[in-house]
Design a protein around this ligand. Sequence first.
Ligand code: AMP
Length: 249
Amino acid sequence: MKVLVPVKRVVDYNVKVRVRSDGTGVETAGVKMSMNPFDEIAVEEAIRLKEKGVVSEIIAVSLGVAACAETIRTALAMGADRGILVETDAELQPLAVAKLLRALAEREQPRLMILGKQAIDDDMNATGQMLAALLGWSQGTFASKITIDGDTATVTREVDGGLETVALTMPAIITTDLRLNEPRYASLPNIMKARKKPIETVRPADLGVDPAPRLKTLRVVEPPKRQAGAKVASVAELVAKLRTEAKVI
Ligand code: AMP
């Protein structure tokens, strides 16, 4: 069974995100970029399924600027078999990503696609769901456990009230939640080996998709600065402050 894993290049999760001075977006120049953490979990899960003998080939796909090839290399070093870079300088929004991934799914015919539940840069949490709708495939989002048996994928989902377990008929789209697994670090020998694994580059036009944005970002602003906390000496003082300063009681 072939699995396709989309991996997005995002600002590293350790970096303090700054808004560009002109308010048009987040500063990415000179900032450390890494694979979206939920996508690392997706790659890890695909590798574990391969180690169990359920999966035969893992294809890592990244969409965006040429540097996204580095993100694919990371997935190859973890254990993916080959990569596809959909190269474009266009700003990619979830609908365009979902259409491009649909075109790749039609070409590659995977039985399963594992995505992150969301990309930590713009927190859209939309691509997996849109892709499942476009393809007409089953979907299991926010997965914290995945078991594959024949043509059925059983997915435990993290929902507000607890856990929900769904049985999906494949082909299926699964999106990962944080507790699904702990991704491995790529070992040095595997990083070396990954250099020889193939990455194919295609352009959106090759896939017959116009990636032009449908949504316009009007303005991006930093969250308001939090005021420093203060210690109070007694409950009476706390109540007085809540009444007269915070005016919440
Ligand atoms: P989002 O809907 O933007 O929060 O992204 C959800 C998931 O879709 C991510 O975790 C990735 O698996 C996938 N994805 C979104 N954008 C891209 C991209 N440009 N390249 C590769 N995968 C992507």
